[in-house]
Design a protein around this ligand. Structure first.
Ligand SMILES: Cc1ncc(C[n+]2csc(CCOP(=O)(O)OP(=O)(O)O)c2C)c(N)n1
Ligand SMILES: [Mg+2]
Length: 358
């Protein structure tokens, strides 16, 4: 048999090689058993609401992409909402987030209004980057959203750099880097974690391990399937958790941010999750993973999981969730109308913001 490595990359069919398929089935994905105190009911409902804002916004963006309203790429965060929501719930407006190509959820969780996000993807002057950036250049320093990026990896170094300046300036701010499993074999990961560790910087490294980098399974790309253990290599805590459990993420992020702010240095969180839409809108999805895998992971949907566990435990009622759903639907509908009816940037201003204007 021809060795896999002898084949041109284009001929590789991952589905023919079971060992290259997703390493974690939704029923077998590891969850660190922790004793967690449940947050207050208001916090749980706020987490639910934030996840719904991200989900409904992303679904609306997917429809808009199909209608040709979006200019440039559109990578949705559907299925991964618990991570941004659980982490950002602890952040103040002065704390900062450095994001990825899949960053709509990070922007919304950090406080960007959906209308500003949608208008940006539609290329309108009312977008957060005045319609010049699109999905992968979402900037809103006013709310601590320091940018999405089409380049995999640098957000890790940028967050370490921000942490370094917070340490020098003796502020109580924290910097967060969100990144995918595709970033952890990039040099930025190793340099960033090591420097943050030796200088005990107030940084939180959040790996969103959705098990694929575009179509490449992490189980194929990584000699060691655990990202969390790599923290130990650099002398910082690495915690693996169920990234579809918003309360687990909220709990772990809360402790990590407390450590960072107390001067005890950075933490690495590996949040196991799964994206349930294609890598980017308009791309095919079933050459490297199966419909069955995706359907199985949809059953681990973080939003329905929170709704079910909260109603079962008597924390909230079906009516509470329905009220939130209705409010969020109205918010997203308003954002869509705002974005569609917003003006285009003036052509005469096309060269503004290219060079510094003093
Ligand atoms: C430095 C760099 N290398 C390659 C790419 C091409 N690329 C775009 S998205 C992507 C996959 C990233 O996977 P991951 O980090 O796991 O994020 P996910 O898409 O799964 O959320 C790659 C390799 C890039 N944008 N930047
Ligand atoms: Mg990935």
């Amino acid at each position: 048999m021809t060795d896999f490595l002898d084949q041109p990359l284009g001929l590789i069919s991952f589905l023919q090689r079971p060992s290259l398929r997703s390493a974690h089935s939704p029923t077998a994905h590891p969850t660190k058993t922790q004793t967690m105190t449940l947050p207050a009911r208001e916090t749980i409902l706020a987490l639910y609401r934030k996840m719904q804002v991200i989900r409904l916004c992303e679904e609306q963006l997917a429809r808009s992409h199909q209608r040709g309203l979006i200019h440039g790429a559109c990578h949705t965060y559907v299925g991964e909402e618990a991570i941004a929501s659980g982490v950002c719930a602890h952040l103040k407006v002065t704390d900062v987030v450095f994001s990825t190509h899949r960053g709509h959820g990070h922007a919304l969780a950090k406080g960007m209004p959906p209308r500003q996000l949608m208008a940006e993807l539609f290329g309108r002057a009312t977008g957060c980057s005045q319609g010049r950036g699109g999905s992968m250049h979402l900037f809103s320093p006013e709310v601590g959203m320091m940018g999405t990026s089409g380049i995999v990896g640098p957000c890790i170094l940028q967050a370490a750099g921000a942490g370094y300046s917070f340490k020098i300036l003796k502020t109580d701010q924290v910097a967060v880097a969100f990144f995918g499993d595709g970033a952890v074999n990039n040099a930025a990961f190793h340099e960033g974690l090591n420097m943050a560790s030796i200088w005990k910087l107030p940084v939180l490294f959040v790996c969103e391990n959705n098990q694929f980098a575009t179509e490449v399974p992490f189980s194929y790309a990584a000699g060691n399937p655990s990202v969390a253990v790599r923290g130990t290599c650099y002398g910082l805590p690495g915690i693996e958790l169920d990234g579809n459990d918003v309360l687990a993420v909220y709990h772990a992020a809360g402790e990590a941010i407390q450590r960072a702010k107390a001067g005890q240095g950075p933490t690495l969180l590996e949040c196991k999750t799964y994206r349930t839409r294609a890598h980017a809108e308009g791309m095919g999805d079933f050459t490297y993973r199966t419909r069955e895998d995706v359907e199985a992971w949809k059953k681990q949907d973080p939003i329905s999981r929170l709704r079910t566990s909260s109603t079962e435990q008597g924390i909230a009622t079906a009516d509470d969730f329905l009220t939130i759903d209705t409010e969020v639907q109205a918010l997203i509908a308003e954002a869509q109308t705002f974005a569609e009816t917003s003006p285009w940037p003036e052509a005469a201003t096309a060269t503004r913001h290219v060079y510094s204007e003093v």
